[in-house]
Write a protein that binds this ligand. Structure first.
Ligand SMILES: C[S@@+](CC[C@H](N)C(=O)[O-])C[C@H]1O[C@@H](n2cnc3c(N)ncnc32)[C@H](O)[C@@H]1O
Length: 327
């Protein structure tokens, strides 16, 4: 194994004509997502042996894990954001589409009935004023969201419930006064608010149908893969704690031998979005604790020569074997 390389790729890493929404990648928005094709290309090149475990210490929406298990590699991710963990879990958990369609019909049927009889399930309304619901939603939108939330949160099967929670999250964003063209939290203008007339149940239907179709594509693509993904809620700066938490969660949930074999190795290849994180505290912390023989640091946007030099220096001081792909 070489000690260090900076790999200045001559290949095209822009992937202009490749969708970022295929399979479960397109389930939900997430800021600063990695292009799935970047993860795919790196996994294909550096984790060709499917026994290698792929690791993303700043997992976000879980795109690296999706590509990891599609390729056939067990994959692990950590994130401090509970929504990232929910989303990543849902994106990497194959589910039966007939079951999803059936539950969807039940949710929408009961919700329309409740709306007709004005049973708005006030108990599901968030109590915290900090959410400023009236600022973001029309009153009738809030009522319909309350009804949907009630029926989704009462689904018995946790995996199915989580799938619809993600659909609900996207629905609640699309049904709000949020501008679609921008990720930042920013309301549409007053005239547009007055014209705003989208139906919550219709939005929910479109989101669910789209995500169920994506789940079918993902499940088909996963057919040959027995790989599993583990999305961990935790702080990467306390990586051992995070792993221990998972070890114990997994012991009650799954096949112990399989899990032990995954976690005894922990990870072989680490992939994450680099620039904003390249020199921050969490990154240096993880560098010190990683057992991976190889780290892939990916440059996605502008990085100065000085930042790159600093990062290389840090890796060399820590005697970490690494490659940096400059894309
Ligand atoms: C740029 S996003 C990653 C996006 C991801 N590659 C994707 O494709 O969706 C960075 C992520 O790092 C997470 N993060 C930041 N500091 C962290 C820490 N100390 N431990 C774990 N996760 C952290 C954030 O919550 C965020 O989801």
């Amino acid at each position: 194994m070489k000690t260090s390389t900076v790999f200045e790729s001559k290949d095209d890493w822009t992937f202009l004509n490749i969708s970022t929404q295929d399979y479960t990648h397109g389930f939900h928005l997430y800021p600063a997502r990695m292009h799935p094709e970047i993860a795919k290309r790196i996994i294909t090149k550096y984790a060709q042996d499917t026994k290698k475990v792929v690791f993303d210490p700043f997992m976000g929406s879980g795109g690296v894990l999706v590509e990891g298990i599609l390729h056939g590699n067990n994959s692990i991710g950590i994130d401090v954001n509970p929504f990232a963990v929910l989303l990543s879990k849902v994106k990497t958990t194959p589910l039966n589409s007939e079951k999803l369609n059936k539950i969807y019909e039940e949710i929408i049927g009961k919700s329309k009935r409740d709306n007709t009889i004005k049973h708005y399930h006030e108990e599901t309304k968030p109590t915290s004023n900090s959410l400023k619901l009236d600022f973001w939603y029309k009153p009738n939108v809030i009522k319909k969201l309350q009804i949907l939330k009630y029926h989704i949160f009462n689904i018995e099967d946790k995996k199915v419930r989580d799938f619809f929670k993600v659909c609900f999250s996207l629905t609640s964003r699309k049904a709000s006064y949020q501008r679609n063209s921008i990720y930042k939290i920013y309301r549409i203008n007053k005239e547009d608010m007055q014209r705003f007339n989208l139906d919550v149940f219709e939005i929910f239907e479109n989101v669910c149908k789209k995500n169920i179709k994506k789940m079918v594509d993902f499940t088909k693509a996963m057919k040959s893969s027995k790989a599993k993904a583990f999305s961990i809620l935790g702080d990467t700066r306390k990586i051992e704690e995070a792993f221990q938490k998972v070890d114990s969660d997994i012991l009650v949930q799954s096949n112990i031998d399989e899990m032990i074999s995954v976690f005894s190795k922990r990870s072989d290849i680490t992939i994450f979005n680099a620039p904003p994180l390249l020199t921050n505290a969490a990154t240096s912390y993880i560098f010190k604790r990683l057992k991976s023989p190889l780290i892939m640091v990916i440059k996605l946007s502008k990085i100065t020569r000085d930042q790159l030099k600093l990062a290389k220096q840090m890796l060399e001081d820590l005697k970490i074997r690494y490659e940096i792909v400059v894309v």
